[in-house]
Each structure stands twice: as C-alpha cells, then as structure tokens.
Design a protein around this ligand. Structure first.
Ligand SMILES: C[S@@+](CC[C@H](N)C(=O)[O-])C[C@H]1O[C@@H](n2cnc3c(N)ncnc32)[C@H](O)[C@@H]1O
Length: 203
C-alpha cells in the first residue's frame, strides 16, 4: 500500500471505528453525518480485484467521505486506470475530495456531486468494476443502469448483503434480481457487511 494513501486511510479508520461502535450499540445516528464506510476487508478485496483484472474504468456509487475511494484509487493508479465516485451530501462530498487530495489521488479519483441516479446515466462505458454502496432501495435501478455499461468480464460488487438487518429484505430482492439475468454470473461473498459479486459473462 502506498504510504501517503495508507496515512489517510489510517486517519479515517479512527473515525470509522468510533462510528461503527456507535451504530452497533443500537444508538440513533444521522446518516448524513456518519461515514458508513464499507471497511478494510471489503475495500481491500476491491483493491485486489482492480489489480487482478487490470481494471481501467472504475465506478463507485455512494462515496461518502472517500474511505473506499482511497482503496479503489490506490489500485487504479497502479493499473493506469481511473475512478468516478458520486455523493449526494455536500459535506461528505467535500470530505471525500479533501481526503483524496491529501492522499495525492485527486488525479485518479473524481467524485461527482449529485444524485447517483443522474450521475450514472451520464457515465460512458465500458466500466470494468463498479462498487454499489448507496441507499439500498435503489440498488436494482443502479444495477440495471450499470449492466449495459459494463465490459464483458466486468464486475458489479454490491455491499450490505448481510448487514444491517434492516435492509435484508431489500438485499434478498436485489440478489434475486441480478441472478435472473442470463448474461450475469453472481455469487455471495462473506466479506465485511456481505458482498454480492456479479460478473457480466456475455454482452
Ligand atoms: C454506505 S455510504 C458509502 C460508503 C463508502 N462507499 C465507503 O465505503 O467509504 C452510502 C453513501 O451513499 C450516499 N448516497 C445515497 N444515495 C445516494 C444517491 N442517490 N446519490 C448519491 N449518493 C447517494 C449517501 O449520502 C452515503 O454517503
């Protein structure tokens, strides 16, 4: 891991651990203030996926304060690729931009401010890897918009398949939806909050 990037990740880890403990305690919290980051296990896997696939075009739906974007960007720089993230909340968008600049990744990761449903439509393919991690009711819509833009062999990874409990019904529906596509092979990975990894196997 690049030392500049690791320093920023380590700094964010302190905040993320504190917020994660708070969430798991059952206390109420403001979703627009908390990072809700996927965490190092999922982010580390995405970093390796980018490297192993030599992914060039990477998309993140729901960037928050930029935790996963740092991991995506560090790998994208190694492959010569780039990342487009998107975030709706102004303060989170500003935090993400600052973190990526601090890590010297601002030339690799662009975080677009706005509603992912609109931002995604404007993105041109082919995309090699997409990480879907915004609000869960829109996951199937994101998948349907992304799939035609994915390269064959391209991979859509969706977070929160098994945590939190409150979104489990939505996530079951998401899994059933993506697994019904004849040109998609999809598999659950017990990593972090649970990932559904879907590969476009034919055009
Ligand atoms: C779980 S957090 C993302 C965490 C981030 N992927 C990470 O692991 O560091 C989800 C984020 O998606 C954002 N979001 C939700 N719906 C959105 C939408 N329609 N457009 C853009 N961002 C959205 C939320 O504001 C929130 O910051």
């Amino acid at each position: 891991m690049d030392a500049d990037v690791k320093a920023v990740i380590d700094d964010l880890d302190t905040r993320i651990k504190r917020e994660s403990d708070h969430i798991r305690s059952g206390e109420s919290f403001d979703v627009d203030k908390f990072a809700l980051a996927a965490g190092p296990h999922s982010a580390g896997l995405l970093n390796l996926l980018i490297r192993s696939k030599n992914a060039q075009r990477i998309v993140e739906v729901g960037t928050s304060i930029g935790y996963t974007a740092l991991w995506l960007g560090e790998a994208a720089r190694a492959t010569g690729g780039h990342v487009i993230g998107m975030e709706l909340v102004d303060t989170k968008h500003a935090d993400a931009v600052a973190a990526l600049k601090w890590a010297n990744l601002d030339n690799v990761v662009e975080v677009r401010k706005g509603d992912a449903k609109e931002v995604l439509v404007a993105i041109e393919g082919p995309t090699d890897l997409a990480f879907v991690d915004a609000w869960k009711d829109d996951y199937t819509a994101y998948f349907d918009t992304l799939l035609p833009k994915m390269s064959v062999g391209g991979c859509i990874v969706a977070d929160n398949i098994t945590f939190p409990e409150s979104v489990q019904e939505l996530m079951k529906r998401y899994q059933a939806h993506v697994r019904a596509y004849p040109n998609v092979r999809s598999h659950f990975l017990s990593v972090g909050s649970g990932l559904e990894m879907s590969v476009k196997v034919a055009a």
